[in-house]
Design a protein around this ligand. Structure first.
Ligand SMILES: Nc1ncnc2c1ncn2[C@@H]1O[C@H](COP(=O)(O)OP(=O)(O)OP(=O)(O)O)[C@@H](O)[C@H]1O
Ligand SMILES: [Mg+2]
Length: 279
């Protein structure tokens, strides 16, 4: 489908609006007090505007755990993450947070309840500086020390970045790292990261896996990380494998990872299969 310039501008505006709203709310970290609260997806389906079925009948439960979501490109991972965050509304099905139906709840209200989302492709904010975003994420003025704590987690020095504009002058990897830092700063009950490794250099990626491990230990919450990286799958409590908009496999790392590493996905196309296998 051909996108018009107006359509693109509208979409960009919506994404920007959603993202700013996320950080306009005050940080409200909801602790579980020992109760194992759940995020429940009940028979979620999603069709695109041109009636293409993208997600079909997905039922899942997430507890206070680290779940790696993986699967082939186009399998529906980002779509599912956007439905959880409230950026997209499911065509069918319900979502519950601690038993409360949040299906109709706005992105802002979900963020207020304690949900954060880091986009696969971070958006740019002309006129907004890193220090402004930090303030929005933390819900208060950040000291230089606070900024240093947060940015150093993703390998950035606050001195070099705090006054930078969040526009195209930052490299893709820098914007990605800053966005991850913002989600880390919010310390929310549910944190969703869409391919945090994308565009990140090797050193930063190794550091990032340590950051996730630390987050998992410190945070009494649910961390959903969409990733294609084995290293991320290796530190997850559970692995969800999405393919063609369906849940193919979901279970503990020990149950899922070995079979995942053995199987190569080439779909049903014979030509592609031969090419991928070097035939
Ligand atoms: N608005 C839309 N209109 C039509 N098709 C769409 C739309 N949004 C997503 N899709 C399609 O839905 C499928 C799932 O997309 P999604 O971005 O969720 O995949 P993904 O699993 O995140 O893939 P990747 O690993 O490449 O990031 C893809 O085939 C994509 O082209
Ligand atoms: Mg994606």
């Amino acid at each position: 489908m051909k996108e018009t310039a107006l359509g693109k501008r509208k979409a960009a505006g919506t994404v920007l609006g959603c993202f700013v709203l996320f950080f306009q709310i005050h940080k409200r970290s909801i602790r579980s007090n020992g109760v194992n609260r759940l995020l429940t997806l009940q028979q979620i389906s999603y069709d695109s505007e041109d009636a293409k079925e993208i997600l079909h009948d997905i039922s899942l439960e997430f507890q206070d755990e680290f779940v790696a979501i993986t699967g082939p490109n186009g399998g529906g991972k980002s779509t599912l993450a956007k439905i959880i965050a409230g950026i997209l509304k499911p065509t069918a099905g319900r979502i519950f947070w601690d038993g409360k139906d949040i299906t109709e709840m706005s992105i802002t209200d979900r963020a207020r309840m304690g949900m954060s989302y880091a986009f696969q492709q971070p958006v740019q904010f002309k006129g907004l500086r890193v220090r402004d975003l930090l303030k929005l994420a933390a819900g208060k003025d950040s000291t230089f020390r606070d900024a240093c704590d947060v940015l150093s987690e993703v390998g950035l020095c606050a001195r070099d970045y705090i006054d930078r504009d969040l526009d195209g002058s930052l490299s893709g990897g820098e914007r990605k790292r800053i966005e991850i830092a913002m989600v880390l700063a919010r310390k929310t009950r549910v944190s969703v990261f869409d391919e945090p490794e994308a565009g990140i250099d090797l050193w930063s990626f190794q550091n990032l896996t340590r950051v996730f491990e630390k987050l998992q230990k410190q945070l009494n919450g649910c961390i959903l990380v969409i990733s294609h990286q084995e290293r991320i799958l290796e530190i997850a409590d559970k692995i969800l494998y999405l393919k063609d908009g369906h849940v193919e496999r979901y279970g503990s790392r020990a149950e899922i990872l070995p079979s995942l590493l053995q199987s190569a996905e080439h779909g049903t196309c014979q030509v592609m299969k031969e090419k991928m296998e070097g035939a």
